[in-house]
Design a protein around this ligand. Sequence first.
Ligand code: DX5
Ligand code: ZN
Length: 221
Amino acid sequence: MRGLLSPSLMCADVLNLQSELEALDSLGVSYIHLDFMDNKFVPNITFDPTLIRSVKGVLKNMRRDIHIMAYEPQQYFDSMDIGEGDIVAVHYEACDDLRAVIGEIRSRGASPFVAISPDTAPSVLLDYFDIIDGVLCMTVYPGFAGRPIVEGSFEKLAEIRKLIDENKSGLLLEVDGHVSWDFCKKMRECGADIFVAGSSSIYQKGLKLDESIKRMNELVQ
Ligand code: DX5
Ligand code: ZN
């Protein structure tokens, strides 16, 4: 399977979100990465749940890739209108009963992913391999765009890939954080499938979106 892109909407022109979404949707991009933050699990706030809900009405081709950096994320599922076709990544570090949260995502017809922050060991994921569709590996400390990659991130991606392959689980591996022009090919070689493209690549100043998407697709194919 070729690498798939998930541009990070919080890095786009937030004063023109509809045109940003329509442009990406017309370029054959697979996912749109929607970061939700509660200002508790991470010290920041991005889009509110109703904006994440309204994105659904704009998309014709892309699927929502919703990354919830919040404690007890299930409290937002209704307002986000979580449903068929969505990827929903919830943090291992933010859920009291992660199995129940994963079950709730599944019951809505969406695809549950478990996200782990840089200080969390990949081995914690094994308990959930039987009920999830993928893993989101944070390669920066979550909460802000533009952060530097955390030391050891490539090794961590390769370790998760090894766990997935050893368990024949067929899970997808998403990489989020400083997926830069220089790093994305190496992240692919370490086993990543889905690439969150943000301020370190396609949203750098002065780049043409269509050319950037084409270039990133070539680097992660
Ligand atoms: C950060 C978010 C990322 C971020 C990626 O917590 O999860 O999606 O927007 O953007 P860059 O490329 O700036 O790390
Ligand atoms: Zn994210």
